[in-house]
Design a protein. Structure first.
Ligand code: 16G
Length: 243
């Protein structure tokens, strides 16, 4: 029960209590939590207090509101270790999820300056452009736009890219992604991205640019990706340099 004489404000105490119910698994991901009115009655606090506690948990992405349907417990985020070079399919497999892709574009396109620079080719040289909506158990979590350049890469245009690109590269094209350089940035998603990802325009996303090198350390792929900020957490293991 909440303590009105406690120095912590009531909404804060309620927030802690609700957080515990989520963290201890009493309320499961995807489950609807009791209505504001029910929470007021259970904890004997005002509607304002409940609203403030719930809003803060929504802002922290522990809960989400579905207009007209109620407030639900969020699913845990997809954790991705930054120091390992993995494909989307491997990342999902490691989490027991089914990876999927909806191909939005698959064509030869002239390399834009940033693409040409990353792939170390001349501007406007044709590259294979693959834009895909990535799905985790059928839920859209990111958009990846890959640009590929290596000998005979045009043959990829005839492949099924709803499956793993990296598996294709290694099994059919003799291209093994071995190293990558990545840059992460926070961004607000555009109207187009919002529609594809099924989120509101302006929702925070992680914008990633990756250049992938093959076994000969030649750049073969340059990718611009947008991942849902509410579904991804990137982490790194750090160590000090020893002399
Ligand atoms: C990852 C890579 C992306 C690559 C894709 C291949 C990042 C930021 N991006 O999502 O560069 O094209 O995996 O996945 O990690 P796939 O083999 O499942 O198609």
């Amino acid at each position: 029960m909440l303590d009105k004489n406690h120095p912590l404000p009531l909404y804060h105490q309620l927030k802690q209590t609700l957080r515990e119910r989520i963290e201890q698994g009493e309320w499961k991901p995807g489950q609807r939590i009791p209505s504001e009115r029910e929470l007021c009655e259970t904890y004997r606090v005002s509607r304002m207090t409940v609203r403030q506690a719930v809003t803060e948990l929504v802002n922290e992405n522990l809960l989400w509101r579905d207009q007209g349907r109620g407030t639900f417990v969020s699913k845990p985020k997809i954790q991705k270790l930054l120091s390992r070079l993995t494909s989307f399919t491997e990342d999902m497999r490691a989490r027991g999820k089914q990876a999927g892709a909806r191909v939005l574009r698959l064509e030869l396109a002239p390399a834009k300056p940033a693409v040409a620079h990353a792939l170390q080719i001349a501007e406007n040289q044709p590259v294979v452009l693959i834009e895909r909506l990535r799905l985790a158990d059928d839920e859209p979590v990111g958009i990846e736009t890959s640009h590929l350049s290596f000998e005979r890469c045009e043959a990829i245009l005839h492949e099924d890219l709803s499956r793993s690109l990296y598996e294709l590269l290694t099994s059919k094209f003799g291209q093994f992604p071995t190293h990558a350089e990545e840059q992460l940035e926070a961004a607000a998603c555009s109207a187009h991205e919002a529609e594809l990802l099924g989120v509101r325009r302006g929702t925070p996303v992680l914008s990633i640019k990756r250049t992938t090198l093959n076994q000969e350390l030649r750049p073969i792929e340059y990718v611009e990706s947008t991942y849902r900020g509410d579904r991804y957490v990137f982490y790194a293991r750090l160590s000090v340099d020893h002399p």
